[in-house]
Design a protein around this ligand. Sequence first.
Ligand code: P1T
Length: 377
Amino acid sequence: MGFSTDAIHAGQIPDPTTGAVITPVYLTSTYAQPELGKNTGYEYGRTHNLTRQALEKNIAVLEKGKYGIAFASGLAATNALMSLVKAGDHIIVSNNVYGGTYRIFEQNLTDFGLEYSWVDTSDVSSIQNAVKPNTKMIFVETPTNPMLVLTDLEAVSKISKANNLISVCDSTFMSPYFQNPLEWGIDIVLHSTTKYINGHSDAVGGMLITSNDKYHERLRYIQNAAGAVPSPFDCWLVLRATKTLAVRMKQHEENANALAEFLEESGAAKKVIYPGLDAHPQHELAEKQMRGFGGMVSADFGTLEKAKKVLNNVTVFTLAESLGGVESLVCHPASMTHASVPKEDREKYGLTDSLVRFSVGIEDIDDLIEDVKNALG
Ligand code: P1T
């Protein structure tokens, strides 16, 4: 089936009791057991929930995977993922990832004996050179937040397979509509469903998708044993949202491309970063492994004063954390999403104090461009 057909139908059958076309919100913490030692396949809300199962199946199909495992947030999914490694293991990570991912890896999980190498994963030889005898996982975010740096997924998969490592891709910025890392041989895909997948800025969630039975078994066990599950209502919201993922992503991309071109051609910004621009150093790789360029644009305005002008004076864009919703947002990564990353590390990969991140929504593009123009005066 095509993407939109799957998005609308996968994992969802009319409710057997009433024929309700839309999967109900199963708001229950427990299930009646017919007699001691027998159950209906549903025992307890943390372990089983039909609304959650429908969402997991839906997103697994969209990501071309066998299994989806839902979590209460993107970071809860990241934390659960780390149950695949143990004290003494080494993990190679993209040097620019979401600040919260950096924080949990570097400031929490190192206390539990995990060792991380922060590598420029846009350079395949740097990944290869970082592999050590105790390396167990390569974790890449592509494109990265907020620098929009790409990693070659096919190359990561080859290095992982040759060295018996687990390969993981945080594909949040692309959503399953524009990128399917499993098709390039990646073992596990991670999404913050809070972003494009839900797309309406009204629910927080995360998802791991894999086709590997062994990883699935462990992650499913951890989902229940550690218990960071999303609420049935949040699952229902996200399930409703994936139905329009394709149309939303097309519009995000069209608008982002127009905003990036405006910023580039007008000279308003010192540097404009968008994978769809010919000037993006990995434009060719973007064309190879993605089916579109997404809705995120970053721009370096040269000085904090000029960046502030944009951040403080826009009126259609909203100054806020997060991304991927239908409404346009702006953010200052250095002091907001990536505040936990030391300044010297941030600046090494270009995340300066003058960088502004645009999450381009699906409003009328003329209004968005006019908004940025007016903010700049
Ligand atoms: O916020 P949460 O659902 O826990 O997702 C964490 C996360 C994981 N991966 C990427 C690429 C992300 O961008 C995020 C969350 N990011 C933001 C809140 C932000 O404003 O960038």
